[in-house]
Design a protein. Structure first.
Ligand code: ZN
Length: 241
């Protein structure tokens, strides 16, 4: 079983009727329902819980953390961000969705500004698979069409991704690197673009397929944790001075 925790700030859904209509139980519940099963076990956590639901114990029991945030980025405690970063370095997978590009944890792990162009015009997005051999693209057609989404456009201020899986085209003319992977320490990170809160994107079976694939890809490999620091020789050394 891969143990997933879906973290959502869970603010828009309580404040904005337009969002509540689309995700009455919150984005985290829609995602949890959408990806659970087939060897994936899902729990959820939200901003308002003590320690934002991301206690040492919870993180120790999480193979892959999924992150959705937007208006509450600044309300996330720096100590918790530090804790999540350490867990990623030690091998926990992290999937950052949509407006999570501006979350403290994503910016900290990327080390860049992570800014981009955006527009809310309910336009068509076509997400092209540009790395069909990658496990995150497993089972997908050549492209996924989303009839109505927010636009994110280049330049996306991230470090050059280790792997680029998807590139989005938008009706208004912009393009965006919408599926990127990064390794940090022993952890694998997948950024996936779609999922503005006013659109039913997280009910789209192909979008859910990508996130499920991402979970399987980002799950810890089981490789030994490297030992760092001063090291004793494995073989006798003929010290020649
Ligand atoms: Zn958005």
């Amino acid at each position: 079983m891969i143990k997933v925790t879906v973290w959502n700030e869970f603010l828009h859904e309580k404040i904005h009727d337009e969002v509540k209509k689309v995700y009455p139980d919150g984005i985290h519940q829609a995602l949890a329902k959408g990806i659970a099963g087939d060897g994936i076990e899902v729990a959820t956590a939200t901003l308002e819980e003590p320690e934002h639901g991301l206690t040492e114990e919870r993180l120790a029991n999480t193979d892959v953390l999924i992150w959705w945030g937007h208006m509450g980025h600044d309300q996330v405690d720096d100590a918790i961000v530090q804790r999540v970063q350490q867990r990623v370095w030690n091998g926990m997978g992290l999937i950052v969705l949509h407006s999570g590009h501006f979350s403290k944890i994503f910016k900290k792990l990327m080390g860049t500004g992570c800014d981009l162009k955006w527009r809310e015009a309910g336009e068509k997005e076509r997400i092209w698979v540009v790395n069909p051999a990658h496990p995150i693209a497993a089972g997908l057609p050549e492209y996924i069409t989303i009839d109505s989404e927010e636009m994110y456009g280049e330049h996306f201020d991230i470090p050059a991704p280790d792997e680029l899986i998807f590139v989005s085209w938008f009706e208004g003319g912009e393009v965006f690197r919408s599926g990127c992977t990064f390794n940090r320490g022993q952890g694998k990170i997948f950024y996936f673009r779609p999922g503005h809160e006013t659109y039913p994107t997280y009910y789209n079976p192909q979008v859910l397929q990508v996130i499920q694939n991402g979970v399987r890809w980002a799950a810890p490999s089981g490789a030994a944790v490297p030992v760092r620091g001063n090291h004793q020789p494995l073989e006798p050394i003929a010290n020649k001075g």
